[in-house]
Design a protein around this ligand. Structure first.
Ligand code: SAH
Length: 387
């Protein structure tokens, strides 16, 4: 195994629990192509083993504190087995969930989601890509999936000098997979759906708002209707709103799959819809606001916060007395504090008395590690109008 020497800054970062070492903190680069390398401090002290990405700004991702570790098929099997075991409790709640959440499962830049008997993986760095065969073998051994799909069509691959593609790595994977989540069924779209085929990262939040759903309900930014399905179990009527006609088509199929006749589908811009509903003084007993990431970059933060405040202000005003609002942000750049401040400002402008019933984040299969902020991005709040 080739070795790499890093500076004091990189050493400190690794000691405080973060696995990334940036290009600028590498004193002596490896000559070898992407793979695993031994990492040493400037004074010669061995630090461990890392995944090596020669072209990336994130040159090294530490994977083992043991500098003598051999990163082979057996190593991957053990590492992945631990991640799989941590999910045992989820199997009673859903047949679709995340098995490997990258850095949070000590498998940097590796994502693996389970959809019933199929797996969808993302290999997000050159280092992890070089272990593709070992990872696929380990997953096959551990889980015996019918098929494994690689959703490697993500922009970060370009920054790693890797091609982007969607391909089956093992067996065959269908266009649609029927899965179950806390009592509702839906179709995941592994080949062309968002993320790896569904938004698994809101699973617990969907169950949370589903548990208090009633009366007239509204699911804005509905995508394939996953929140709407949970609302529909207890609400009288649900409006599932999205600006994408094709997303709503699948939402309709999902409603039919569950025999829900109480969901109406509205293709509209959520900002326009909420503004018009507010002007008409409409009221809803249950509302979900789960928009796409408005702040894709730090530069777009101010505009994003205005957008979040706008929809939340409208959502709060539209609540019937005792009604519940579940609101979320999946923008990494909007931290917990900013999200909470935005909600306080929206509440003040709405003139409503809103009780905080829960402050949430990601489900347990998407663990957020305190020392690795990049593992967390979802903030959620369940609010109830008391007036
Ligand atoms: N709540 C969903 C995920 C939402 S993804 C779930 O849990 O599965 C965000 C969705 O917002 C996408 O389907 C996108 O089409 C939709 N969208 C983006 N901008 C919108 C807008 N201005 N108005 C309405 N929908 C919008």
């Amino acid at each position: 195994m080739d070795s790499v020497i890093v500076n004091r800054k990189a050493e400190k970062r690794w000691e405080t629990g973060h696995p990334w070492i940036f290009r600028s903190d590498v004193l002596e680069r490896a000559q070898s192509p992407a793979g695993a390398v031994r990492v040493t401090a400037a004074n010669g002290r061995p630090l461990g083993v890392a995944l090596w990405s020669p072209q990336s700004e994130i040159s090294l991702r530490m994977i083992d504190v043991d500098p003598r570790a051999t990163i082979d098929a057996e190593w991957w099997r053990r590492r992945l087995e631990r991640a799989v075991q941590r999910r045992t409790h989820v199997t009673s709640q859903a047949t679709a969930y995340r098995l490997v959440h990258g850095e949070a499962d000590a498998c940097p830049s590796l994502i693996c989601d389970r959809y019933g008997e199929y797996l969808v993986v993302q290999l997000l760095s050159a280092g992890v890509e070089s272990f593709r065969a070992e990872i696929v073998d380990a997953l096959v051994q551990l889980l015996r999936p019918t098929g494994i799909l690689a959703r490697n069509d993500v922009p970060v691959r370009t920054r790693e000098g890797l091609p982007r593609s969607v391909e089956a790595l093992h067996g065959e994977v269908p266009r649609e997979i029927e899965v179950e989540e806390s009592g509702v069924r839906y179709l995941a779209a592994p080949w062309d759906g968002q993320k790896t085929g569904a938004f698994l990262d809101q699973r617990e939040n969907r169950a949370l708002i589903g548990g208090v759903s009633r009366g007239r309900a509204l699911d804005c930014f509905s995508y394939h209707g996953s929140f709407a399905l949970h609302l529909a179990r207890a609400a009288q009527t649900v409006t599932a709103l999205d600006s994408s006609a094709s997303a709503l088509e699948r939402a309709r199929a999902n409603a039919a799959l569950n025999d829900f006749g109480n969901i109406e589908f509205v293709e509209a811009d959520a900002f326009d819809f909420l503004r018009a509903a507010d002007a008409r003084r409409e009221r809803y007993d249950t509302i979900v606001l789960d928009p796409p990431a408005f702040a894709k970059t730090r530069q777009s933060l101010a505009g994003a916060l205005r957008g979040y405040k706008e929809i939340n202000l409208r959502g709060m005003k539209l609540l019937a007395r005792d009604g519940h609002l579940f609101t979320a942000s999946c923008s990494f750049h909007v931290g917990r504090d900013l999200f909470f401040e935005m909600l306080q400002e929206a509440a003040a402008d709405s003139g409503r008395a809103l009780a905080i019933r829960a402050l949430t984040g990601q489900p347990s299969d998407h663990p957020e590690i305190l020392t690795i902020p990049e593992t967390g991005y979802i903030k959620g709040a369940l609010l109830q109008a008391l007036d």
